[in-house]
Design a protein around this ligand. Structure first.
Ligand code: SF4
Ligand code: SF4
Length: 438
């Protein structure tokens, strides 16, 4: 994505929105011929495959699970035959297994797909785990664990993160427009079983259609908060501060302040699951960028290969220079379009070669723009310097561990310093030093 060449006195950055798909309804894609479903799709433990080559599977059947708490079961997204269970390397270079399924085109449902019986907190948490839900905004934290924290008794406020501040992505916006009823049902259910006093839906101002629909359903306890359009408004700490005025201190979690944050698409899905019992087997996502012929919002079975989805969107209109899983600011650049859609994948953004900005680093000129842009008021230029000479003490003192890798610093840097990369390496240095007890 092209960079903006100047900073601002406000933290965060003003990025081009590119929300051209905002008014395009979510279209279901025809069932693909095959899907590849990796056994790790969330923060936490990987699942163990529960099927083997040759097995016949049905939609919604559990094909991967684990007894570890921080994890979520994985379900078949198509009916058909398991053609392989083989090693798979994730974008984070983690080696896991993936279940390959050849679709029979029938989309036969597993008999276990039934609306859950929910009448208590315990049965609610059990149902959420059964759904396979993880944070759909990108974080991928298992939702049943989030809804059952140690600090459950002190929770009082639900913050629904509907900022969708990344350029191009409009999947959350469409969820708010098309699944408003399910979104509110889920908010009410979460509030009921967790005994919360209030909920706020934090949405950026550039989503007028969604805001109008949300406002129609506002209640005394569920309020819509319209926020300035400024990246990274959807950062968890930024969102909590904007809505509640609460600063989350180092080492603390939102739950320590009585706040639970959930992504808006996660809640919209949860509302649907409570009604139908269909676990997380499909994903709505935005397919956009200058290399995509017909940008769309699509509903696809999990594990669908990027290339198949891009073909459904008319193929490439230009040679892609970079393909992102997620947005161009915090998304992950994938090596090719053979990658499968995962649970927390909210967009496929393919940029034409001429639109890919390749930074050419030059020495830091001490302009301080990276510090002005940092939403957490960190000092990325100092991290960069300290990291280069392995100065772990400075990295620790300046709190590199707080960096959320939002990319605002790199976006405004006139010297094209690769500050996010430097921050990642700096955090790794600090972790390694901590492990060695230094
Ligand atoms: S230092 Fe980290 S949190 Fe601050 S702007 Fe850079 S990437 Fe974002
Ligand atoms: S890294 Fe240096 S040149 Fe880049 S924004 Fe920060 S202070 Fe300015």
């Amino acid at each position: 994505m092209k960079k903006r060449r100047f900073g601002s006195h406000l933290p965060g950055v003003s990025v081009s929105h590119h929300k051209e798909t905002a008014n395009i309804p979510i279209i279901p894609m025809p069932t693909p011929k095959k899907v590849i479903i990796p056994m790790i799709q969330q923060i936490g433990a990987e699942c163990q495959p529960l099927v083997k080559k040759g097995d016949h599977v049905l939609v919604g059947q559990t094909i991967g699970d684990t007894e570890q708490r921080i994890s979520a079961p994985i379900h078949a997204s198509v009916s058909g035959t398991v053609t392989a269970v083989q090693e798979f390397v994730t974008t984070q270079n983690v080696v896991t297994y993936a279940v390959h399924i050849e679709s029979d085109g029938l989309q036969e449902l597993d008999p276990s797909v039934q609306p859950p019986q929910v009448d208590s907190l315990e049965s609610f948490i059990t149902a959420v785990r059964r759904s396979g839900l993880v944070g759909l905004g990108g974080a991928g934290f298992p939702s049943h664990a989030k809804l059952n924290p140690k600090t459950l008794d002190s929770l009082h406020t639900l913050v629904v993160n509907a900022a969708e501040c990344e350029p191009y992505i409009t999947a959350d916006n469409r969820a708010m427009v098309e699944y408003t009823k399910h979104l509110f049902q889920a908010i009410e259910t979460v509030m009921q079983y967790l005994e919360l006093d209030q909920a706020f839906i934090g949405v950026e101002r550039n989503k007028p259609e969604a805001i109008a629909l949300l406002r129609k359903r506002e209640t005394d306890k569920i309020k819509v908060k319209v926020l300035p359009t400024r990246y990274p408004q959807g950062g968890e700490k930024v969102m909590i501060y904007e809505i509640t005025g609460q600063v989350i201190q180092e080492g603390k979690l939102p739950g320590d302040y009585g706040v639970l944050v959930m992504n808006v698409s996660s809640l919209a899905f949860l509302g649907q699951f409570l009604e139908t019992g269909m676990p997380l087997v499909n994903k709505w996502l935005t397919v956009a960028g200058s290399a995509i012929a017909i940008p769309k919002n699509v509903l696809v079975p999990l594990g669908t290969i990027y290339r198949d989805i891009i073909d459904f969107c008319g193929g490439y209109s230009a040679e892609p220079g970079e393909i992102f899983m997620g947005g161009p600011m915090m998304g992950i650049s994938v090596f090719n379009d053979n990658f499968p859609v995962l649970k927390n994948n909210n967009a496929i953004i393919a940029l034409a070669k001429e639109d890919v900005y390749t930074p050419k680093e030059s020495p830091c000129i001490n302009c301080g723009k990276c510090i002005q842009a940092c939403p957490l008021r960190l000092m990325p230029c100092m991290f960069d310097r300290a990291g280069q000479v392995g100065d772990v003490d400075t990295l620790r003192t300046l709190k590199i561990n707080l960096c959320m890798e939002c990319g605002c610093c790199a976006y405004v840097c006139p010297a094209d310093r690769q500050l996010v990369l430097a921050n990642k390496l700096g955090k790794k240095l600090l972790r390694e030093a901590q492990q060695k007890g230094k």
